[in-house]
Design a protein around this ligand. Structure first.
Ligand code: IPM
Ligand code: MG
Length: 361
């Protein structure tokens, strides 16, 4: 069976980093017999420019028909003046919601080679291995009502709604508990239950679900404290369970612990394990087109894709190992460069990983 992957490069550095990830896929196809076929489509601002919508119907169709989706990044200052309904981000959020990709897995792992690249002391981050499980289909990102209006005093107002049904909380909690079972068996659920009713319910439901997982040690933390604990003592965490917005914020924070946000892949899965895979970083318009972006997060997203959507742990391991080899050999993009290593371009980093992959044959 040939695996069909929809490839959506998107905006900013998206096309550059996705090109390197496709190199890796092609190497697996040519040298390791992976039966894979890719097809590209437009998403985000680039799609808006070409078609008038950030989320063309063909892109949705291709994504629905594909076995998995590989996405680069969307967004950029060029499109910021646009109405919300056609902003590049609507393309990404549209995919997440049309495909019911409710479970977002964001692993934050520190590669020992990069301990010096973190802004935190090496002893604080060495050995770091956290998994953030972020709810991706609900919460304030999608809650209704939302919008802007003029209030009775004639003032402009903006409003959004934080809402979760118990079934939405339950299904993401199950994903997090299952993940914890396969790891360190500790789960910390993040909320703001001292202030927000919605997250009070979140905590309640997570506790109910925990009854099914007696082997997992469950704890709860307010999101403000969690952001502090992530930089104070990040290794206390194994799996963190968050709603949509808290997960967005905390995963950027966790990313930086690993040296660079350019290192973190992610998987967004539906209930059957079909998924979209993307780096957790954005489109980085400030460095787009310069050939200096780090392709590793996207390449590691391919590893997640093979592992989660195709159950192909062998090739996933190969990719992860090749990334380690390239780091061991001293190759660094600008974001993870430190003294006594070799600064390379986006493409050169991709090539180094592909060579390491081929050499492992
Ligand atoms: C992320 C991004 C997105 C989000 C944006 C681009 C809509 O920040 O995947 O973390 O907020 O979810
Ligand atoms: Mg984000």
């Amino acid at each position: 069976m040939t695996l069909k992957i929809a490839v959506l490069p998107g905006d900013g550095i998206g096309p550059e980093i996705v090109a390197e990830a496709v190199k890796v896929l092609n190497a697996l196809r040519d040298d390791f017999g992976l039966q894979v076929e890719t097809e590209e489509a437009l998403i985000g601002g680039t799609a808006y420019d070409a078609t008038g919508t950030p989320f063309p119907a063909e892109t949705l169709k291709l994504s629905q028909q594909a076995d998995a989706i590989l996405l680069g990044a969307v967004g950029g200052p060029k499109w910021e003046p646009l109405d919300y309904s056609v902003r590049p981000e609507r393309g990404l959020l549209g995919l997440r919601s049309e495909l019911s990709l409710f479970a977002n897995l964001r692993p934050a792992i520190l590669y020992p080679q990069l301990a010096a690249a973190s802004t935190l002391k090496p002893e604080v981050v060495s050995g770091l291995d956290i998994l953030i499980v972020r709810e991706l289909n609900g919460g304030i990102y999608f809650g209704q009502p939302r919008g802007r209006r003029v209030n009775a005093q004639g003032e402009r107002e903006g409003y959004n709604t934080l809402v979760y049904s118990e079934s939405e909380i339950r299904r993401i909690a199950h994903v997090a508990f299952e993940a914890a079972l396969k790891r360190g068996k500790r789960l910390c659920s993040i909320d703001k239950a001292n202030v927000l009713e919605c997250t009070e319910l979140w905590r309640e439901v997570v506790i109910e679900v925990s009854k099914d997982y007696p082997e997992v040690a469950l704890s709860h933390m307010y999101v403000d404290n969690a952001s502090m604990q992530l930089v104070r003592n990040p290794k206390q965490f194994d799996v963190m369970l968050t709603d949509n917005m808290f997960g967005d914020i905390l995963s950027d924070c966790a990313a930086m612990l690993t040296g660079s946000i350019g290192m973190l892949p992610s998987a967004s899965l539906d209930k059957d394990g079909k998924g979209m895979y993307e780096p957790i970083h954005g489109s980085a318009p400030d460095i787009a087109g310069k050939g200096i972006a780090n392709p590793i997060a996207t390449i590691l997203s391919v590893a997640m894709l093979l592992r989660y959507s195709f159950n192909d742990g062998a090739n996933a391991d190969r990719i992860e190992q090749a990334v380690v080899s390239a780091l061991d050999a001293g190759y660094r993009t600008a974001d993870i460069y430190s003294e006594a290593t070799q600064k390379v371009s986006t493409a050169a980093m991709g090539d180094a990983i592909v060579s390491a992959l081929r050499a492992s044959r």
